[in-house]
Design a protein around this ligand. Structure first.
Ligand code: NAP
Length: 259
């Protein structure tokens, strides 16, 4: 079981840790069911309809963020939005978008540029394919587009406004295969290596401007990603698999430490 977190509040030390070490006993693991605090601004979370993104939505709403949730399947987004609104009292907007469609991606970029309440971006939407040479090259192309191009465009939409305000947080979900590409499809690993490099560079450029940049590198996590990739997570050794709750709770300990 492995989770690496790179980049955090300016002035603090980067860290690598297991999910369990970081998430045990932290308030994120036992959030209040109803938040009555004032808003910390709006968090945009891509790929929020299930898996790791849906846990980010739950945890951030319970920490006082209003939310804009992005994914393709509107019904799932609306169901999650309704639950979180009722449990937390926060404002939660479902923004249905296929981030591999230029028009839909532009809708999310516009929201990030124009909505002054947005203070946090979680670039989480991503897909994987288990096979390498046997995989359809169109699927590889879609993987590169979603995992790197969409993430880059959304970062470029958010960052200038965060810089102008002197505050903001960008969390990009990478993967441990970004540093060990031989363990899965190398195209997927390559997209995650791109995310890690981008985060290092952004952190370098933006740290003294009050912007936090975090790369989260989960190991194998029990979500639908594996089934969709053609390798159900039940087939993986239990000892290397962690829950999406462990991933998010550990990462949030670091990225919202001062909030
Ligand atoms: P997941 O359960 O399959 O969730 C993926 C999310 O992305 C869903 O909400 C999906 O919603 C959305 N999505 C997929 N294609 C999209 C598109 N074209 N446009 C907009 N949204 C799209 O997978 P997950 O495991 O939570 O993955 C989240 C992130 O963690 C990914 O970046 C993944 O690479 C990374 N990660 C996962 C693992 C793991 O073992 N699970 C390990 C390391 C890193 P819709 O289908 O409704 O669009």
């Amino acid at each position: 079981m492995m989770l690496i977190i790179l980049g955090e509040t300016p002035g603090t030390k980067s860290t690598g840790c297991t999910a369990k070490e970081k998430s045990m006993n932290h308030p994120a693991a036992n959030p209040k069911s109803k938040s009555n605090s004032s808003s910390k601004g709006t968090a945009v979370i891509t790929g929020a309809s299930r898996g790791i993104g849906a846990v980010y939505a739950d945890r951030l709403a319970k920490r006082g963020y209003d939310l804009i949730l992005v994914a393709r399947i509107e019904a799932r987004l609306k169901a999650l939005s309704a639950r979180l609104r009722s449990e937390t009292g926060r404002s939660v907007t479902a923004l249905s978008a296929d981030l591999n469609s230029k028009a839909d991606l532009a809708k999310v970029e516009t929201a990030l540029r124009d909505d002054q309440t947005i203070t946090l971006l979680v670039n989480n939407a991503g897909i994987a394919v288990a096979q390498l040479l046997d995989a359809d090259v169109e699927k590889m192309d879609a993987t590169i587009a979603l995992n790197t191009t969409a993430l880059t465009r959304l970062t470029y939409a958010a960052a200038p406004r965060f810089v102008a305000r002197g505050a903001g947080t960008i969390i990009n979900i990478a993967s441990v295969v970004g540093i060990s590409p031989e363990t899965l499809n190398g195209v997927y690993g390559g997209t995650k290596a791109f995310v890690i490099a981008l985060c290092h560079s952004l952190q370098h450029e933006l740290a003294d401007k009050g912007i936090r940049v975090q790369a989260v590198l989960p190991g194998a996590t029990t979500t639908d990603l594996w089934e969709i990739a053609g390798l159900p997570s039940q087939n993986l050794p239990a000892s290397i698999v962690m829950s999406p709750e462990d991933v998010v709770d550990a990462a949030l300990v670091v990225s919202t430490r001062a909030n």
